[in-house]
Design a protein around this ligand. Structure first.
Ligand SMILES: NC(=O)c1ccc[n+]([C@@H]2O[C@H](COP(=O)([O-])OP(=O)(O)OC[C@H]3O[C@@H](n4cnc5c(N)ncnc54)[C@H](O)[C@@H]3O)[C@@H](O)[C@H]2O)c1
Length: 250
């Protein structure tokens, strides 16, 4: 998986999965262009990846995407690989009490943000000679969530976005796939455990449903993403890939 000379654009880069994936791609030779929200604390990321280009932007803003692509091309070249990964979990609230604004907030980042990324980066990869895109969905993109309707709906939508983008950009040499992590050791899972009001009991319940008997690590998600972004995955296209320790058996 030699990625020397390749440029990888990563959103949600300062988060757990974004950082682990950026580190793995960089270790294989890729130049990283990292995107996260204005005001992000980049210190740990920049310590680990001093050569990365850092861009502060909001994935829900189309103007920000124009800037992301032009800065990427001007400062690093490419892009050849795109990890369209920024996402939020939203609040845990029973379906019938879910405020419309909260539903829309989650859809904004997880659907509109992913759509805008594909719209602007897909053609840029084609113009750079082709490459690959991985969108981050979730096991929640394959199952409902009675108290996380926005999150579950948004992650289902990522499958539709991936398939549509695969049809749009595949003929121009851009492969597009989605990854579906299960429960990963992370701030996001801790926040969901806390919000459930059951804390460790929720965690124990999750673990008992996971065949592997544990939460996954961000580095295990990164391995799948790096494979799908690499030329080794040359015939993997328009599909979805789980990394969930056997939780869903889809
Ligand atoms: N952690 C898990 O267990 C898990 C499981 C399945 C799927 N996922 C998905 O993986 C992805 C990464 O999750 P994570 O665990 O690393 O979470 P995280 O919260 O550590 O990282 C997400 C990053 O996205 C950034 N972000 C949020 N809104 C943004 C916006 N509008 N513009 C730009 N950046 C924005 C955040 O600042 C953060 O750095 C998400 O899409 C998440 O839904 C996570």
């Amino acid at each position: 998986m030699d990625m020397e000379g390749k440029v990888a654009l990563v959103t949600g880069a300062a988060g757990v999965i974004g950082t682990a994936t950026s580190r793995l791609l960089a270790s294989r030779g890729a130049r990283i262009v990292a995107v996260d929200l204005p005001g992000t604390d980049w210190s740990a990321f920049a310590d680990a990846l001093p050569d990365a280009v850092l861009i502060e932007a909001d994935v829900t803003q189309e103007g920000d995407w124009r800037r992301i692509v032009s800065e990427c091309v001007a400062k690093a070249g490419g892009p050849h690989m795109f990890f369209n990964n920024a996402g939020i979990e939203g609040k845990v609230i029973p379906f019938e009490q879910m405020p419309l604004e909260e539903f829309e907030r989650v859809m904004d980042v997880n659907v509109k943000g992913v759509f805008l990324g594909l719209k602007h980066v897909g053609p840029a990869i084609a113009a750079a000679g082709g490459g690959a895109i991985v969108n981050t969905s979730s096991v929640a993109g394959l199952q409902g969530g009675a108290s996380t309707v926005g999150y579950s709906t948004s992650k289902h939508a990522v499958i539709g976005l991936s398939r549509s983008a695969a049809l749009a950009f595949g003929p121009r040499g851009v492969r597009v796939n989605s990854v579906h992590p299960g429960a990963i050791e992370s701030r996001m899972m801790k926040s969901l455990e806390d919000a459930s009001g059951r804390g460790n009991a929720m965690r124990d319940g999750m673990i008992s449903a996971i065949s592997a008997g544990r939460y996954g690590e961000a580095e295990e998600v990164a391995e799948l993403v790096a494979f799908l972004l690499s030329d080794n995955a040359s015939y993997c296209h328009a599909s979805r890939y789980l990394v969930d320790g056997g939780l869903t058996q889809d």
